[in-house]
Design a protein around this ligand. Structure first.
Ligand SMILES: C[S@@+](CC[C@H](N)C(=O)[O-])C[C@H]1O[C@@H](n2cnc3c(N)ncnc32)[C@H](O)[C@@H]1O
Length: 233
């Protein structure tokens, strides 16, 4: 799979792309991630990429010219791929969407900045929009990293078989979260590992894990309805 990331801040991706899992996947040729600087496509001595919104309002918007030219330049290097603009108002990312994205041969991720994009960019590129959650970041770069990370770990060969993605939270038809997991020591500060996990009975362990997943999923749903408060202790 090839992923192109279009940004005004290419330097933000340096450490990210070299990081452990993704770095190894790139080195092994399992995923090809390329970063392109939108400002290369800006014109004039100041290489301006943004301007004030028509009708007034705060901040600056990304102008259509440099963004569209940058997308078209990377599209010309290989088949056009799916263009995805990162926007707070886009389709909310979840594991089901990550799984769909992982099936594409190529995606082009376009990172916004400032107050966002001129509306004609999406129209011209016939782009999709994805949000990583209902909050506002200062730029699309972190959102692009989230997508690349989540998609790359689903690509064949990226995770070793020891860490198969189909055991993770939100995978499988019912999209349950993972229940509690334990490693050594068997007892920590008076807290013992549940006896079932030491039983060697794989059927019992699988049933227990499933029950724990169901309980954790339902606790999570209730917790999301209540305010996140400071601890009183
Ligand atoms: C400050 S935001 C612009 C917010 C925009 N004025 C609005 O109210 O929707 C700048 C850029 O950050 C990125 N961004 C911010 N929040 C995001 C989110 N939740 N998901 C994906 N991208 C986001 C987008 O690329 C956006 O163009």
């Amino acid at each position: 799979m090839r992923i192109d990331i279009l940004t005004l801040f290419p330097g933000m991706f340096t450490g990210f792309l070299e990081g452990s899992l993704l770095g190894a996947a790139r080195a092994a040729g399992l995923v090809d991630v390329r970063v392109r600087d939108i400002r290369e496509f800006a014109e004039g001595p100041h290489r301006q990429v943004d301007d004030r919104p028509y009708g007034g309002g705060p901040g600056m918007l990304l102008m259509p010219g440099p963004v569209v030219d940058c997308v078209e330049a990377v599209q010309a290097e290989a088949d056009a791929g799916r263009v995805v603009m990162l926007t707070p108002g886009g389709r909310r990312l979840d594991q089901a969407l990550v799984e769909q994205l992982a099936k594409f041969e190529r995606i082009v991720l376009v990172c916004g900045r400032y107050e966002g994009f001129d509306a004609r960019i999406r129209e011209t590129l016939d782009a999709d929009e994805i949000s990583i959650g209902d909050y506002v970041l200062s730029g699309g770069e972190v959102a692009a990293m989230v997508i690349v990370d989540a998609v790359a770990r689903l690509l064949p060969g990226v995770l070793g078989h020891e860490a198969s993605a189909d055991q993770d939270s939100f995978s499988g038809a019912d999209r349950l979260v993972e229940g509690p997991q334990y490693t050594r020591p068997r007892e920590f500060r008076g807290l013992a590992v549940p006896e079932v996990l030491l039983s060697g009975d794989h059927g019992r362990i699988a049933r227990w894990r499933r029950e724990q997943s169901v309980a954790a999923t339902s606790r999570r749903e209730s917790a999301s309805q209540t305010p996140f408060q400071r601890s009183t202790s």
